[in-house]
Write a protein that binds this ligand. Structure first.
Ligand code: PLP
Length: 382
């Protein structure tokens, strides 16, 4: 660090220069991220709550009230009653906390999850000294329930399923898994992406098998406000059916205004709580439904164009994530990159992964789809 501070103007110029080097969602070029431009009202809320810290809730009664209100509104959305929970920094923290709770509630250490689950599950297992058992998927890339049935044993602490897989946006058969887990294991649903999509797909009349707290076996669920929730980073929510289970991960917090702390993090960024509150209050179910409808329309523009060109999708789009099979995945990704399009790739199956978030307009989707098909032609895909 320099001995003397720099002038404000110089610091701001450096910040602007750095920001100019970043990519921006508003350019409509980013198809490789599950995040998006937060709503303007969510940005405003974030800025109003910058120094709030729900790690010390006694000082921030207003912020705490907002957190409770978001929890109540999401509990209703996900059809739970008297759920426990709080806002976390992301699904990674939510997944770690849920498995921490599962380990301490069951006094067991084995976690069973599909090979399509997000890598944060493996982080959690490692951190918590647990043992992971991976099960395969069916031909639609959903956790294979028949294999799961054989893998649940007396040692199983938790089963993890996904509502909106990272690579394909697929939903595991949560209701069937819930039946298997009830009375036998803690069942955590990772709805990081799907949590803010599936309820609104249902509102749009899409038939979605039960995947939330309607399924009696579901113990906990995480959903990210900083993905399709339209809030700012970091904001995600962990909801737990039996609030009393938090006692199993409680640690005394002597110098703070709370007697116990049940969050993994000490100081908790609470601007995300305000942003999530603002987004959910401002949009309501109708607002999210419209956003999801737009994302699905744009997803279908790209899917239809790819299929017209003879390309195959890994699965028909369940939500606004597409995996388009190509032989030379890196080659197509490079060709798209050269045209300024940012996509990511999936490993299972090898494909170009396209996430169609709310910052993508129909014009962006059409333009991208044309360039995608021509990039595939250039690298020799048929
Ligand atoms: N779970 C799923 C299904 C995800 O798709 C992601 C991220 O994309 C995560 C967990 C991790 O979420 P975060 O980055 O908010 O920690």
């Amino acid at each position: 660090m320099d001995r003397r501070g720099a002038p404000r103007k110089a610091v701001l110029a450096e910040l602007r220069e750095a920001r100019d080097d970043d990519l921006h969602f508003s350019d409509g070029r980013i198809f490789g991220s599950m995040c998006t431009d937060p709503l303007p009202i969510a940005r405003r809320a974030h800025a109003m709550f910058l120094e709030t810290n729900l790690g010390n809730p006694g000082y921030y009664k207003g912020t705490w009230r907002l957190e409770r209100k978001v929890l109540e509104s999401l509990s209703r959305l996900l059809q739970g009653t008297n759920l426990g929970g709080f806002t976390v920094s992301g699904a990674t923290e939510g997944n770690i906390t849920a498995l921490w709770m599962a380990r301490n509630v069951t006094h067991r250490k084995t976690v069973v999850y599909a090979d399509t689950a997000h890598f944060s599950i493996r982080k959690a297992i490692d951190l918590l000294g647990m043992r992971g058992v991976e099960v395969g998927h069916d031909e639609e890339y959903r956790l294979d329930v028949d294999t799961l049935r054989k893998k649940i044993t007396k040692e199983t602490a938790a089963v993890v399923a996904v509502a909106g897989t990272t690579e394909l946006g697929q939903v595991d058969p949560i209701d069937e898994i819930g039946d298997l887990c009830q009375g036998r294991a803690f069942f955590h649903v990772d709805a990081a992406f799907g949590g803010f999509v599936l309820p609104f797909l249902e509102d749009l009349g899409v038939r979605v098998p039960p995947w939330d707290f309607r399924v009696p076996g579901v113990s906990s669920l995480v959903l990210d406000a900083h993905k399709m929730g339209m809030a700012t980073i970091p904001a995600s929510h962990l909801l737990v059916r039996e609030a009393k289970h938090f006692a199993r991960i409680a640690v005394e917090s002597p110098y703070l205004t709370s007697v116990y702390q049940t969050s993994l993090l000490g100081t908790r960024n609470s601007a995300g709580v305000a942003a999530a509150y603002a987004a959910t209050r401002f949009l309501g179910r109708d607002g999210y439904r419209k956003l999801v409808a737009k994302c699905m329309r744009n997803t279908k523009i790209i899917a239809a164009r790819a299929e017209q060109a003879g390309l195959k999708l890994a699965i028909p789009p369940v939500m606004n994530v597409l995996a388009i099979r190509v032989r030379d995945v890196e080659g197509v990704q490079r060709a798209l990159d050269a045209k300024g399009w940012k996509v990511s790739t999936s490993r299972n199956p090898p494909a170009i992964r396209v996430v169609v978030m709310p910052h993508i307009t129909a014009r962006h989707a059409t333009h991208f789809a044309d360039d995608f098909v021509s990039a595939c032609g250039k690298v020799g895909e048929d």
